[in-house]
Design a binder for this molecule. Sequence first.
Ligand code: AHR
Length: 667
Amino acid sequence: MLLPRLGLPLATALSFSAAATTAAFAADSAAPLPTRITVDVAHPGHAVSPLLHGIFFEDINYGADGGLYAELVQNRSFEHDDNLFSWAGVRRGGAGGTMTVETENPLNAKNPHYVRLAVTAPGKGFGLANSGFGGIALKANENYFFSVRARGDIPLKAVLEDETGRPLGECALAAPGAQWKELEGTIRGTAVARNARLVVLATAAGHADLDVVSLFPEHTWKNRRNGLRADLVQMLADMHPAFMRFPGGCIVEGKDLLNRYQWKDTIGDIADRPQNWNRWQDAVRQTAPNYYQTYGLGFLEYFQLCEDIGAEPLPIINCGMACQFQSKELVPLTQIDPFVQDALDLIEFANGPVTSTWGAKRAALGHPEPFHMKMIGVGNEQWGEEYFERYPIFYKAIKAKYPDMQIVTGAGPGVDAGDEARWKLAWDKFKSGTPADIVDEHFYRSPQWFLDNVNRYDTQDRNGPKVFAGEFAAHDGRAKKNTLRAAIAEAAIMTGFVRNSDVVTMTSYAPLFAKEGAWQWNPDLIWFDNAHVYGSPSYHVQALFSRNRPDVVLPTTVSPLPAAGNAAAKPSVYVVAGLDRKTGETILDVVNATDREVAADVELRGIARLAPEAKAIVLTSASADDENSLDTPDKVAPREETAKTSGSGLSHRFPANSLTILRLRSL
Ligand code: AHR
């Protein structure tokens, strides 16, 4: 029985079809738009993919260096093209000497540059200062671990200073001697500072060679050395992501092949990891000159992060192709074997026994247990015959050695407009015998496109490869801001993902992170500066869907049925329902993409009676233009309410521009 009936006819048929779950309305009055939502609890449909909601990480927008990776020193190894980028010489009170960049007899071949201090008089301080990634943010009473690879005959000290030069803590280091040696010290931060710098000073005359100058807070995620920012990881953990795709994105491809991501460069001692120029530095926004990848956040750290947050690892490897928008460089087929071997070695690194070559390396790095990696991506968003000449070689070699490994295949950078032919070629290949397990589709389109495409997978071939919506985001207007409007459009398509999750088995928004004032691409899921982090409205949509993923889909109808014509172009409501078998709750995701409140009678068929109170988690705001920011991080944030039920249903008001998750328990 329902609470006050709205006088609408019940839908005559129950269906999984998206057409039946979309209601369009004419927005010609301020009165709530009436409808009825009917859920058939007695006839559950297909299982919802347990991998449906994941995350996609790439070092774009300072996502890794200067972001998730907690290193506070920028250009710690002096390997940027401007070797002293982010560094400044310091000469105080009678000090004298020279500071030069040298390459003779370096720390190692992968790290060829270092700084030499030749000090004639230490005065009140001779050395160099690092300004971090747009300043160093310090906490009071936090320990900071300083380290440096050094050689020479002078003792050193490392000092934290605020922008006025006020010291906020220091540590002393004995002269290292003639051979390269790692010196370590702990600095107790004495005050909060937003724009501090690290100053390394010689305290006597003589010489010192310095490399890999590093500073980490003690409290990283799980307090790991060479660790990650705890607040940023917490944001990821809170999403309960089922998988994590890494390390990109375009950086996997590289501007050219030399610049491609090579996972073997990213493991072991940080001093042995060569720096690589980040191709995002010259991208859309010119905010990142000298943006480099230190690979301090490398493949061991990625796998560990996945393990920590319960996400299946999905590494993507280069398939012998550089970015097809840039150099278009290709590895000749006769020279592709080392690329294939890299993929096979990666699987062994992740999963192999400690007696295997790469399993032994993993064990030597402190992780003897395998990571149980089950998926690998071959290429990022590659397209064309060049890709389909290369990718099957990887597929065959991987399956021959690891038959259970699921392989993610690219389908180009988009699915329509200028990308349609590339996307179509890929699917034609799969239909005509090119093997594929999971196909990665990307869409960065307008909010309206998202609404228009809620049903795009309803007609997907159920016998073909699975789909991974691996990169998507609604780009709202020319400014592409992280508006509530964009988030609601994404929520709408997510209802289609859930409803079709027998074939759309994985999804992830992109990009994941962006640093305020230092980004190349927007919109993004999570924004941060050196001291704070907040989720965009889109973040809340992703987290809400992920945290409320049902186990099976339930047939659902929305009545009145859509108007004839281009219904999706009109303000719309989108619903998907499912069952949480663990709690026995029915979960409804209701997206009201209209500018009007919707008043709905919700009826659950096949249950006797609901518990008198249901949980409603609502994401909305006063205007569809609303965004979150550092100043107003929770302007658009979910709030939890109690909804009263009656019999087997409830009457509920769904605010304009909202996502509501209803959790209903039957007695
Ligand atoms: O997410 C940003 C970029 O978009 C990714 O690196 C690439 O795969 C896509 O073009």
